[in-house]
Design a protein around this ligand. Structure first.
Ligand code: HMG
Length: 388
């Protein structure tokens, strides 16, 4: 029996800020963003879009294809938590009207949590093949205005259905792990925005990759040449290039530029124009690879490097299943990205400053065009609405 991703779909918000607008506003050379960090646009969430509405938007097309009463668990990964007690999965469970015989729990460790949820779901299905688990990774990446991270903001959610005999990716046993207590990026409870030691964070990311790889090799006996394509966590798309170069140098592999591109490039198309989506980012990169590769990936082994600041990292692999192309939701992904409305800098600032969720009662204007919306807050309780 194999276990892994049977269906996968992602969502992003209805608005973006172009890094051309941003560069002009900050009087910075645009090439710093387009070339230096490899980013063009950032998806920006309006006040009535949060991780729950993004998650619902991501899960909706998956639920439309299955009997949702068969879902046995929702594992919701996020570092943009909306409640210190009630899990994001419980809000989503209500909004999507999932069955009561289903448990929900929230997973947290920075951008790594999506992988923690995916691997936990894989183990649960392996133990009981009757389980069908909805894994969600959803985040809104928000940094202080004028901080180094501001240009890497973004948002998105990924929904993945984890089952036995999956039709898209079977996840292989054997992972490499690396954990170390470091302060490269963190968000204390009282803050809406993350704090980051930017350059240090890229160093820790790359050293974690080397450690996780060593552990992966020890655990599985596989080598670099056993893997056809690589998906790395993408805080900004240039990080993929840095990561792949680091791995190649570490293992002493000899590959030409064309192979380098084949192994990594298709995975960056969406992230370059969505921005960082923390826990979802690696899996939006995977969707990007599946949707944008120009040859069939059937039977190919993918390597995944998941990194969460703080830090926890994992390297694992999976095999693309025959017929996977029939299951892809590339049209929906592209349509969402292409139909986003561009913000000018003042509109971006207005969204940035308007999402105050500390008040007891708030009403949000209808700005999010999707089917699911955060209507407001009543007596400190979030109120969602579903448009039919
Ligand atoms: P910075 O310090 O403002 O930028 O921000 P810089 O001066 O280092 O420039 C960036 C690159 O652009 C450099 O290239 C420059 O040379 C180049 P590099 O040295 O990297 O090869 N450059 C230009 N290129 C062409 N034309 C030009 C030009 N000007 C400059 N005119 C930094 C960079 C990454 C620090 C910033 O974006 C940041 O703080 N980002 C947030 C943190 C982050 O994304 N870290 C990544 C690793 S940690 C991680 O991935 C986890 C995370 O997702 C959180 C989680 O786990 O939850 C963040």
């Amino acid at each position: 029996m194999t276990v892994g991703i049977d269906l996968i779909h992602f969502s992003t918000s209805d608005y973006f800020l172009g890094l051309d607008t941003y560069a002009k506003e900050k009087s910075v050379d645009l090439d710093k963003f387009h070339i230096g960090i490899g980013q063009e646009k950032m998806s920006i969430a309006p006040p009535d879009e949060d991780i729950i509405t993004l998650a619902a938007k991501a899960a909706d097309p998956i639920l439309a294809q299955i009997n949702k009463d068969e879902i046995t668990a929702v594992l919701f990964a996020t570092e943009s938590g909306i409640d210190q007690s009630k899990s994001a999965g419980a809000f989503l469970h209500g909004l999507l009207q999932l069955p009561n015989r289903c448990r929900t729990v929230e997973f947290k460790h920075a951008c790594y949590a999506g992988t923690a949820a995916l691997q936990m779901a894989t183990k649960m299905v392996t133990a009981n093949p009757k389980e069908k688990i909805l894994v969600i990774a959803a985040d809104i990446a928000k940094y202080d205005i004028d901080s180094s991270g501001e240009a890497t903001q973004g948002c998105g959610a990924v929904a993945m259905l984890i089952t036995e005999n999956p039709r898209i990716l079977s996840i292989e046993p054997g992972s490499g792990y690396y954990t170390e207590d470091v302060n490269d990026f963190w968000r204390p409870n009282h803050r809406e925005t993350a704090l980051v030691d930017g350059k240090y964070s890229t160093k820790v990311y790359l050293s974690s990759l080397k450690h996780a790889w060593d552990n992966f090799v020890e655990e599985t006996g596989r080598n670099f040449y056993d893997i056809d394509a690589f998906c790395y966590h993408i805080p900004f798309s240039r990080m993929t290039e840095k990561a792949h170069k680091t791995l190649i140098k570490k293992v002493g592999a000899k590959i030409d530029d064309a192979t380098f591109k084949l192994q990594t490039e298709a995975g960056q198309v969406y992230n370059r124009i969505v921005g960082n989506s923390y826990s979802a980012s690696l899996y939006i990169g995977f969707c990007s690879f599946l949707d944008n590769a120009n040859a069939s990936l059937e039977g190919k082994r993918f390597g995944f490097f998941s990194y969460g600041s703080g830090c926890v990292a994992e390297f694992f692999t999976g095999i693309i299943q025959p017929g996977y192309q029939d299951l892809l939701m590339a049209d929906s992904h592209r349509q969402q990205i292409e139909s986003r409305q561009e913000l000018n800098y003042q509109q971006y600032l207005a969204f940035y400053h308007s999402g105050d969720t500390t008040k007891e009662n708030v009403n949000y204007p209808a700005t999010n065009h999707g089917k699911y919306r955060l209507k407001g807050i009543e007596h400190h309780i979030r109120q969602y609405e579903k448009k039919d």
